[in-house]
Design a binder for this molecule. Structure first.
Ligand code: UD1
Length: 420
């Protein structure tokens, strides 16, 4: 089994580019089903979650091929195969492919994606949204069977601004007659990127980034070349790591306003941040300051996908911080691993109290989910001594090569496949 070996305590220095956003690339790949023509996704990230999505696409008869960093997807014919539990189990967010298949084929079959490490992730909003577009949906022993023969555009009022449901419904409306309106849509930058992609294929989506999205269906979409947005969570993870270890790093190729909620909090805990064009420069030294309250919420508030990485930073703060997780009910699992490194954290339901300690120490830990795994890497980089992170497969779901990322700025991190 693989492991990451990290010798901590070294400040990080240098300049690095940021990878393309996983959470933008995933729905964009799914949206390729909307056209029979080839689509080129430039600088598509090489990640386990992307591989899982490509497995689903191939299962549906699409061809997917990397040439260098560019991915070409061609869904000339779409086979109405059941997307079974083995495929959906590898990628919980696979549910948002439903909208694209339905829009193109008017039928779709997918196994229930089930729960996951950070919470139950129900799909009720996806289902009720599709029902508002007159899709008949039945659950046949865990397989969600969708019949869209009477499908028509309509108005969908989301009870909660779910990212995945918004994306699903944008794709569902893309090829329908008339206008589909999504009220209380999610406003994350990845939604804006998906809208730009559908429009690059000849679609008519407006209002993305606001709470009301309008999708005017078109008869046909065409192929295109598209470069998805930079990964704001990956950029934020590097900035958080530098705040934890100290040092000075420039992150290139970011959209600074996407990470404003993150950089503002980093400033509060003592990092110096300067922005020029698409680069963000961070300087940090000494112990971070505590945060009275760090609360996750939908964009543009502080993202849940940065909560664990901030916890790792605050574990060494010069006082106590409170973290409130509002999006997922079980997103503090990684804290038990931080305790092994000497952190002092108490968790109750969705609230964690982090009492900063002067130093963390190296330990043998396990990454149980993607961002929790990134938090362990950050803690290990700032800890005294050696840490071993066992089975980093969850980290590989979202970071192209976390050891390459951090060693490029001086982190002592390597991957080993040794048996012991
Ligand atoms: C996306 C991101 C994920 C991020 C999350 C919140 C992708 C691939 N993943 O996930 O990294 O953490 O947004 O920013 O883009 N919910 C329901 N019913 C539903 C759908 C969602 O109750 O039908 C709940 C979820 O359980 C969760 C909350 O809504 O508690 C947020 O989920 P959602 O915004 O849908 O996140 P995802 O699209 O799954």
């Amino acid at each position: 089994m693989q492991k990451l070996i990290i010798d901590g305590g070294t400040p990080l220095y240098g300049e690095i580019p940021v990878q393309t956003a996983k959470n933008a690339a995933l729905p964009i790949i799914a949206a390729c089903i909307l056209t029979a023509e080839p689509v080129v996704i430039e600088r598509c990230p090489r990640l386990k979650d992307i591989d899982a999505m490509l497995d689903i696409m191939r299962h549906l008869g699409c061809s997917c091929e990397f040439v260098g960093d560019d991915l070409t997807v061609c869904c000339n014919d779409v086979a109405l195969n059941v997307i079974d539990a083995e495929l959906t189990g590898k990628l919980r967010s696979s549910i948002f492919i439903l909208g694209a298949i339905l829009s193109r084929c008017r039928k779709a079959y997918i196994s229930h994606p089930g729960g996951c490490e950070i919470g139950l992730r129900p799909i009720d909003l996806h289902i009720s949204g599709l029902k508002s577009l007159s899709v008949d949906i039945e659950d046949d022993c865990g397989v969600i069977c969708c019949d869209g023969k009477n499908m028509r555009s309509g108005i969908i009022n989301l009870d909660f601004a779910s990212v995945g449901a918004t994306e699903n419904l944008m794709m569902a409306g893309a090829l329908l007659d008339g206008e589909t309106v999504i009220v209380n849509a999610a406003r994350e930058p990845e939604i804006v990127d998906l809208a730009a992609f559908i429009n690059a294929m000849g679609g008519k989506v407006s209002g993305a980034g606001g709470s009301i999205i309008r999708v005017v269906g078109v008869k046909k979409l065409h192929g295109c070349r598209f470069r998805p947005m930079p990964d704001r969570i990956c950029a934020g993870s590097v900035l958080a790591a530098v705040t934890a270890t100290g040092g000075a790093v420039t992150v290139r190729g970011v959209v600074p306003e996407h990470i404003f909620g993150i950089t503002e909090k980093l400033k509060h805990i003592g990092a110096k941040i300067s922005v020029r064009g698409d680069t963000v420069r961070i300087n940090a030294d000494g112990r971070p300051k505590p945060l009275r309250k760090l609360e996750t919420n939908v964009y543009p508030a502080f993202p849940t996908d940065m909560q664990p990485q901030f916890c790792a930073v605050l574990a060494r703060a010069s006082g106590s911080s409170v973290i409130v997780e509002n999006l997922f009910e079980n997103r503090f699992g990684y804290t038990s691993e931080l305790l092994k490194m000497g952190a002092s954290i108490t968790v109750r339901d969705r609230i964690a109290v982090v009492n900063g300690v002067s130093a963390l120490h190296g330990a043998s830990v396990r990454a149980c989910d993607l961002r929790g795994g990134a938090a362990l890497v950050i803690a290990a980089l700032s800890a005294e001594g050696r840490s071993v992170i066992h089975d980093p497969k969850h980290i590989d779901r979202g970071y192209e090569s976390i050891e390459t990322l951090f060693s490029a700025i001086g982190g002592k991190i390597r991957r080993s496949s040794d048996a012991n």
